[in-house]
Design a protein around this ligand. Structure first.
Ligand SMILES: *Cc1c(COP(=O)(O)O)cnc(C)c1O
Length: 468
């Protein structure tokens, strides 16, 4: 009965199309065309579901809520539960690991640290492979199955490859991940190996891997799942829907995310915009993106824009100077030339948010503070809380605003970092003008180093007393 209400709202024809985001081009393509960029102008593609014609009076909200109590695998997934807003035609050969359904926690210690009355943290690290990439990969690998691809590939050193490997394993597809030799963390590499992907260690840098990906993408048996893939954004946007359900449809004042390739921020903004188009929310939250200082091309560009001239994101700068040698221990956001900077920046400007950068020290201390709330995230995720503290300090976020930070990955993705921080041995290489490299120590303001304690009850009680 509930199902029928929603079906009535669906367009009878193909659900959406792919469109070039460059307004001067605007070329459109069908959903089943195997393309990754606009074949007319080389621009980025975006999926348009034509929702303006689909005003919803609340039936969809009820339908989604009812599905939360269902055991049907499509409803158990926190992505496919929102399938009215996904670009797939029934029957969908969906590939799922029951992604999404991630917790929204209160973080009282983190809130106090930022100077906020309250702060909520949406932990996307609680996805099946430990990062938000899963919400996009379920859609991209499903699209690979729709298109009849036999092999899926990507060129990522981290969470994207782990996620692609897992979903390919799930679908029984072959996966290959291309990575520059010696530049992947042990945990993330281990995941790709365990999920059975062909891990190609390339003697070269990321750009070499990307060039190879482009060449391989011409082969009709291969589907490319890099972040440029518009189907990944479709899956990732569902975090906005889930967040609004968890907020009982009360729009928060601010949502803050870390920014690497700026795909996550783009996806979140698309999700909010679609809810607005459907009339399910009255306005969108201010979206702010936080980058690491040594890898902050978008924050640098943002700081150079005159707000009076660029507000609303109707016009965008044509170019962005990349960072030649990005530098940060937050490897998931160590990106010098973000693929989706234009879409991400447009989303931030339209919402009235900001793009700022934070230091390695600020990221490290924010991470430890999130930990004190009992929440473990990877360094890139902690940039959000570090950024909020700054945005409160400059008055962009007010003490009593409602604020949600997105934690993008799980702590166990990078336990070495955590251990070094608490033992006081965390450092990052710093290169001087003369080319010499020296390690720069990062102090642990909230250090919690292990103690050697005698094997007696008295000694342990004594240690506890000292720390009380
Ligand atoms: C991919 C990733 C990011 C960066 O997201 P973008 O969409 O590239 O901006 C941040 N944190 C983690 C843990 C990630 O895996």
């Amino acid at each position: 009965m509930m199902e029928k209400t929603a079906r009535a709202a669906e367009p009878a024809t193909e659900r959406g199309l792919q469109r070039c985001i460059d307004p001067a081009c605007g070329a459109t393509y069908g959903l089943r065309e195997r393309i990754y960029v606009c074949s007319r102008c080389g621009g980025t593609l975006e999926i348009d579901l034509g929702l303006a014609a689909l005003r919803d009076s609340g039936a969809m909200r009820k339908l989604w809520a009812a599905r939360a109590a269902s055991r049907d695998p499509r409803n158990v997934s926190g992505v496919w539960r929102y399938r009215e807003l996904l670009p797939f035609n029934e029957p969908v050969p969906f590939v799922t690991l029951f992604e999404g359904n991630t917790p929204l926690y209160h973080g009282p210690r983190s809130a106090q640290y930022c100077g906020l009355d309250d702060l909520r943290l949406k932990h996307q690290g609680c996805n099946p492979t430990g990062s938000f990439k899963d919400t996009g990969m379920t859609a991209a690998v499903t699209q690979a199955v729709v298109l009849g691809a036999r092999t899926v590939i990507c060129a990522s050193t981290g969470n994207t490859s782990a996620s692609l490997a897992a979903y390919a394993g799930r679908a029984g597809l072959q996966a290959a991940v291309l990575l520059p030799k010696g530049q992947i963390t042990a945990g993330k590499l281990a995941q790709s190996l365990d999920y059975g992907a062909l891990v190609c260690e390339i003697d070269g840098n990321f750009d070499d891997c990307m060039r190879l990906i482009q060449e391989l993408g011409d082969d009709p048996s291969i589907y490319v799942a890099n972040s440029i893939n518009p189907f990944r954004i479709e899956g990732q946007k569902t975090v906005a829907f889930e967040m609004m359900e968890q907020c009982l449809w009360q729009v928060p004042d601010h949502v803050v995310v870390p920014g690497g390739n700026m795909v996550n921020s783009t996806a979140l903004a698309k999700g909010f915009q679609e809810l607005l188009d459907l009339g399910l929310i009255s306005h969108v939250p201010k979206l702010s993106v936080i980058q690491a200082e040594g890898s902050a091309p978008v924050a640098r560009l943002f700081a150079s824009l005159d707000p009076r001239e660029w507000a609303n994101g109707e016009r965008l700068p044509d170019t962005m100077a990349p960072v030649e040698k990005p530098r940060t221990l937050a490897t998931a956001i160590k990106i010098g030339a973000p693929v989706s900077w234009k879409k991400g920046l447009r989303a931030v400007l339209r919402s009235g948010g900001k793009v700022i950068a934070v230091s390695e020290q600020e990221i490290a201390d924010a991470k430890a503070m999130i930990g004190r709330d009992g929440i473990g995230c990877e360094p890139a995720s902690a940039a959000t809380v570090a950024g909020m503290k700054k945005l409160v300090a400059v008055g962009h976020i007010r003490r009593d605003d409602s604020v949600i930070g997105v934690l993008t990955g799980h702590m166990l993705k990078d336990p070495d970092y955590v251990s070094h921080y608490h033992r006081g041995t965390l450092s990052i290489d710093s290169s001087a003008k003369d080319g010499s490299v020296t390690p720069q120590r990062i102090a642990g303001a909230f250090r919690n180093a292990p103690e050697s304690v005698a094997a007696t009850k008295a000694a342990i009680l004594e240690s506890l007393k000292r720390r009380r």
